[in-house]
Design a protein around this ligand. Structure first.
Ligand SMILES: Cc1ncc(COP(=O)(O)O)c(C=O)c1O
Length: 519
């Protein structure tokens, strides 16, 4: 059906078929135009062209490209036209026919192949990764948050990212360092960026480090992988907090590590172990603000953990993913800052402070470990984008980084207070909020455990989508709760989402009451 014309239409450009595979032999008996005709026809019959790349090059371009005369090209094309392989569109060019002659000629049907029935062999490594997602679920990234979905945990307000300032600095570094930013670059990371990060961490996280201890990574996840690969042999044990950030389990599994889940108490990870539990080579912790329970590791537990690591020759991996966003209580120095024995591998990320798509993070490693980490990075993907690294260095040294953190802390504090107030007003008959001192998430425990399946279903249906706490549990059997994110939504959006959740629960809660009575 002809498409309705509504106003001036944009001309749709189609990419031009390159015909890179055509080879003409001037010594052959077959005339050049015949060779050209035959090879183009075979290419067209192969069906390797998508709808978007169905335009042929002009006869002039084809002739110049192949070093033959235009009349040779015209002869070949006119034969293809005559046989129904091509169609002309006046003013637009020559295109592959919508239906090639083979479609209705039975004599030379394109061959179809029986699909091979044998299953693909997938490595055990893939199967071992605890990740049930398939297909386009991967397109939503680690948080699984599609458009129009709200109150998802761990999402920062990326719409507050100062994109103009970033773009200006990016243009400046490109103008200044030009082609040097286009080459392969240091596997450790940009020297200016490492200096800027070392200075920031010493000042604001009470770290004790210099820039030679810093390795720039593609975010926290890569920092974990590189560190695990550097300090653990396959099959050796890493202790992880249980519940735990889901990507940590996936990364450590990929690194071939045996994961030993450790429970948490009010002070942080529980160090005590049963005699049968393997000793760890690495202990993964989030001391500033445990993900997802929100516990801040006590000073006593920090020193206990450092002593334990030293006594058992283990490393501690300190994931300091969002320490910048602390709202109450005194800030505690990083574990790295109180480690006198070179046991802590500290790692940070810009995913929460700036935005996750930059894929930039950093490791502060004990000096003797640095070369091993860099060796692994160099064997993986060499380095992160030098342009982004140089831009981030300027972003930090010019003061944008600190002012952005300050601004975001204020915005998040307001959103957090608003979320707590509204949530208590609307949903306190079903949930008890556990308000953490820091971070972008808030945990809501169910008052009645049996509400869990209904609430879970409703949150999926209405697109107000906190994560079930159980998603992050390995062996831990905790009471049902949901982890709500508040940071990426304005007060109006927070209110709308909570009202939507409350009304869905009120209406569909009738089913639940019915279910209870009939049990
Ligand atoms: C505990 C924890 N660590 C790290 C990250 C971020 O990691 P990345 O830098 O790989 O984006 C998150 C994101 O939600 C997190 O929850």
């Amino acid at each position: 059906m002809p498409r309705k014309k509504s106003g001036p239409q944009k001309r749709r450009r189609r990419s031009i078929i390159a015909f890179e595979m055509i080879r003409l032999d001037r010594t052959a008996k077959e005339p050049l135009h015949e060779q050209l005709y035959r090879q183009i026809r075979d290419e067209l019959k192969s069906g390797r062209f998508s709808d978007a790349s169905s335009r042929l090059p002009s006869s002039r371009a084809l002739a110049t490209d192949r070093g033959i005369s235009r009349s040779t090209v015209r002869l070949a094309l006119s034969k293809l036209h005559a046989e129904g392989y091509l169609r002309s569109k006046p003013g637009s060019g020559t295109f592959i026919a919508n239906l090639l002659p083979e479609t209705f000629l039975t004599a030379d049907r394109p061959k179809t192949y029986e699909p091979i029935q044998r299953p693909f062999r997938i490595s055990d490594r893939v199967r071992a990764i605890p990740d049930a997602r398939v297909g386009n679920q991967f397109d939503l990234g680690a948080t699984g948050a599609g458009a129009g979905v709200s109150l998802v945990a761990s999402i920062p307000a990326v719409d507050e990212f100062p994109i103009d300032a970033w773009e200006r600095l990016r243009a400046q570094v490109l103008a200044k360092r030009g082609v040097n930013l286009l080459r392969y670059s240091s596997n450790r990371g940009d020297a200016d960026l490492r200096k800027a990060i070392a200075a920031y961490l010493c000042d604001f996280r009470a770290a004790r480090c210099h820039s030679d201890q810093i390795v720039i990574t593609a975010g926290m996840q890569q920092a974990m992988f590189i560190s695990a690969a550097a300090v653990l042999n396959p099959g050796e044990a890493a202790w992880v907090e249980d519940p735990c950030y889901q990507q940590t389990r996936r990364v450590l599994t990929l690194a071939g590590v045996k994961i030993v889940p450790k429970p948490l108490d009010g002070q942080g990870i529980v160090i005590a172990r049963s005699p049968r539990e393997p000793l760890p080579r690495m202990i993964y912790v989030t001391p500033s603000h445990q993900f997802p329970l929100g516990v801040t590791m006590s000073f006593q537990r920090r020193t206990g953990l450092l002593d334990f690591a030293l006594a058992h020759n283990a490393f501690i991996f300190e994931d300091d993913y969002d320490a910048e966003f602390r709202f109450t209580g005194p800030p505690l120095p990083s574990l790295q800052g109180i480690d006198n024995a070179g046991r802590v591998i500290y790692a940070g990320t810009v995913s929460k402070i700036l935005c996750p798509s930059l894929r930039l993070g950093y490791i502060v490693a004990p000096e003797p470990l640095v070369d091993s980490l860099v060796k692994i990075r160099s064997a993986m993907d060499q380095h992160s984008s030098p342009i982004d690294q140089a831009t981030l260095a300027r972003f930090i040294t010019e003061g944008f980084f600190l002012s952005h953190i300050k601004r975001m802390r204020k915005i998040y504090a307001e959103r957090r207070d608003f979320f707590i107030k509204e949530f208590k007003e609307l949903l306190s008959d079903r949930f008890t909020l556990q308000v953490p001192e820091a971070g972008l998430n808030i945990l809501a425990w169910l008052k009645r455990e049996e509400d869990f399946p209904l609430i879970r279903r409703i949150t999926l249906d209405i697109g107000v989508r906190p994560s079930a706490l159980s998603f992050f549990c390995i062996d831990a059997k905790l009471k049902p709760a949901f982890v709500f994110g508040f940071a990426a939504w304005t007060p109006t959006q927070i209110r709308e989402s909570l009202v939507k959740l409350e009304s869905a629960l009120r209406n569909r809660g009738k089913d639940l009451n019915y279910g209870r009575q009939s049990r």
